[in-house]
Design a protein around this ligand. Structure first.
Ligand code: NAD
Length: 355
């Protein structure tokens, strides 16, 4: 079962809960806007359904409200930042503002960010950069319960390590590629489990390493207390990209990699992110970059469309279409997720209006 909510109502309620959980009004608004934006763009895995997990992480002490990004090292075009376990939505924006400023001054910026709580939808940060005409690359690791099996492995050893590339297209919305390196995002398994759905074959293995279509194997502990695991997208190639995300987002940033047994009680999710920003106007290729990028996208779209598809799209388009639709029609939230959101509000004495 689903109930439909308007984005503005969700923003107000989520911000009130975050405020009651210790955030300043400004922080609560930033995080709430970010979560609702993820729902609007069709990524419910990174939307308001994360609220219960965030409040639990605050209550256990692993997520520190009202933290700011800390500059650990600065050579002008190389920045090393520490997120001090603050809300990733806030820390990520602060970090991106610093990096964008440097890329605009020097033509490029390489920025490492470790020790920040969940950054949510990584595309949000690429969108900040492409809005200023910059190319933005992101390699991210996840320190939480390791939910993805290595290629050829039979248990979870690392996180859903997202990768994101934003490229401005002159006079058009940007190319915005933003995905988890697992075949599907872990949060999508939570949503499917809450909705009582099974998922596509070749997505998951159970706690014994056997294929399954039951998303519950990565959401709730199984009979022997163990979890199943997600598989990497693209077999050995996606797995290789995920390892690169761990090495760049975890090891290079100073945030750390995952290499220890799971503690299922811990609710904190930490991210590390390597960001590379490039200002095309500072390269001698700018004119041809703009022309060639548009020519290639047009070429892709000019081809015949396969029977199973309505159109050839480029990354970023599906999210923009979903956003336009959900602004009008509202955001569907399944009953289980909504019950968890309501219960989280009650923990900090915030009621949903008219319930
Ligand atoms: P997904 O599988 O829906 O893939 C999304 C990407 O594919 C987008 O760039 C989209 O525009 C593109 N795409 C989709 N359909 C397309 C089509 N028909 N043609 C061309 N391009 C198409 O995304 P996902 O893997 O479920 O990831 C969802 C979100 O989860 C992302 O925003 C990611 O950053 C986020 N995430 C965050 C973390 C974290 O720890 N912070 C971890 C994992 C994922």
């Amino acid at each position: 079962m689903h109930k439909t909510h308007q984005a503005t109502d969700l923003r107000t309620h989520v911000a009130a809960v975050l405020r009651a959980a210790g955030s300043s009004q400004e922080e609560a608004t930033t995080v709430a806007d970010n979560l609702v934006e993820a729902n609007l763009r069709g990524h419910d895995s990174h939307g308001v359904g994360m609220l219960p997990r965030y409040v639990e992480a605050v209550l256990e002490g692993g997520l520190k409200p009202n933290s700011n990004v800390h500059l650990r090292m600065d050579t002008g075009t190389l920045l090393n930042l520490d997120g001090q376990r603050g809300y990733g939505q806030v820390i990520g924006e602060q970090a991106m503002r610093l990096g964008i400023d440097r890329a605009q001054q020097h033509g490029s910026c390489i920025m490492t960010l470790g020790n920040t709580h969940h950054l949510g939808r990584i595309g949000h940060f690429a969108e900040m950069a492409v809005a200023k005409g910059l190319v933005s690359l992101h390699f991210v690791n996840v320190l939480s319960r390791p939910v993805v099996a290595p290629f050829g492995g039979a248990d979870g050893r690392y996180g859903t390590n997202p990768c994101c590339i934003g490229i401005p297209l002159v006079g058009r919305p940007p190319f915005l590629l933003d995905f988890a390196t697992s075949r599907v995002a872990q949060g999508k398994m939570r949503v499917a489990h809450n909705e009582g759905r099974t998922v596509a074959p070749d997505t998951l293995i159970d706690e014994h390493g056997r294929p399954t279509t039951n998303p519950g194997v990565v959401v709730v502990p199984q009979s022997n207390g163990l979890f199943g695991a997600l598989l990497a997208f693209g077999e050995h190639k996606g797995y290789g990209l995920a390892v690169a995300c761990e090495l760049l987002g975890g090891a290079l940033t100073g945030g750390g990699t995952w290499h220890k047994p799971t503690d299922p009680k811990v609710r904190t999710i930490l991210n590390g992110m390597l960001t590379i920003l490039i200002d095309p106007t500072k390269l001698a290729t700018q004119v041809s970059f703009e022309e060639e990028a548009l020519a290639f996208v047009d070429w892709l779209k000019a081809g015949p469309v396969s029977d199973d598809f309505d159109a050839v799209q480029v990354a970023g388009e599906p999210e923009r279409l979903t956003r336009a639709q959900r602004q009008i029609e509202g955001i569907h939230i399944d009953d289980q997720t909504w019950r968890e959101i309501v219960a989280t509000g009650q923990k900090v004495n915030v009621k949903v209006p008219n319930q």
